[in-house]
Design a protein around this ligand. Structure first.
Ligand code: IMP
Length: 233
């Protein structure tokens, strides 16, 4: 039901060690109004794209010939969702060239749905998780669902979403998260497809925000104390 049987053959998440000192901000094109609020680049955007390409391969292999619905968890998941689906679709286009019309028709069906979850205040994950757009989950009944999430921190948000989703009777559920944080507060949840396993630090960029700031930054960066103070709520 939840796709755990797929875990072993998927490519491993890239581990960014705790003592990794990051890349200097000056080595990248980062707007000067942002650099003063950042410490360093943890993962360059190009590296993120290369990893997403491989994750797309893993998912396309698992879901070969099966239609599925990709559920984007907003807001943080939107860029990953876009990049991942674009890469899966490209793989599907190559693959269907060899298939019969009927099989190709099935294989190419990727539907999209969106849901918005909010659990973070400043740098803190809270147990108060708001779900917006729950009505859209009704369309997932009997479908293969791929949940596309930006980051798993404590795992509370994902466990809550999975429990919610199961009530709508999907055929299968798989989860992909671009980043998974190593935190002692983790509830042990591990997604089927994980991009990067990162240190327990607050990150911004790659559509991850700090109180709605820094989503546009195309590298994953660590915020400095000035940034935390300036944009705290
Ligand atoms: P969890 O419920 O603790 O796993 O938190 C998941 C959600 O918290 C993610 O979907 C993000 O929106 C947010 N989040 C967790 N860590 C970070 C971070 O380092 N930067 C920005 N957002 C984060």
């Amino acid at each position: 039901m939840n796709g755990n049987s797929h875990k072993n053959k998927n490519s491993p998440a890239i581990v960014i060690p705790d003592d990794f000192e990051g890349h200097p901000l000056e080595s990248f094109c980062i707007a000067p109004n942002l650099t003063k609020f950042l410490q360093y680049v943890l993962i360059p955007g190009g590296f993120v794209q290369d990893r997403i390409e491989r994750m797309a391969c893993d998912i396309a292999v698992d879901l070969a010939n099966e239609p599925f619905t990709a559920l984007c968890v907003l807001k943080g998941g939107y860029l990953f969702f876009n990049d991942l689906l674009e890469k899966i679709r490209r793989l599907y286009r190559y693959r269907v060239m060899d298939l019969s019309e009927e099989v190709a028709d099935e294989a190419q069906q990727i539907r999209v749905e969106f849901i918005r979850l909010k659990s973070y205040e400043n740098e803190q994950s809270t147990s108060n998780i708001q779900v917006i757009g729950i009505e859209s989950l009704e369309s997932l009944r009997g479908k293969n669902v791929l949940i596309v999430e930006d980051i798993i921190d404590t795992g509370r948000t994902m466990v809550k979403l999975l429990n919610l989703l199961k009530q709508f009777g999907p055929k299968s559920i798989r989860v992909t998260s671009l980043f998974v944080k190593r935190t002692p507060l983790s509830n042990g949840y591990v997604p089927e497809y994980a991009g990067f396993n990162i240190p327990n630090k607050f990150v911004v960029g790659c559509s991850l925000d700090y109180n709605e700031h820094f989503r546009d930054l195309n590298h994953l960066c660590i915020l400095n104390s000035l940034g935390k103070d300036r944009f705290s709520q």
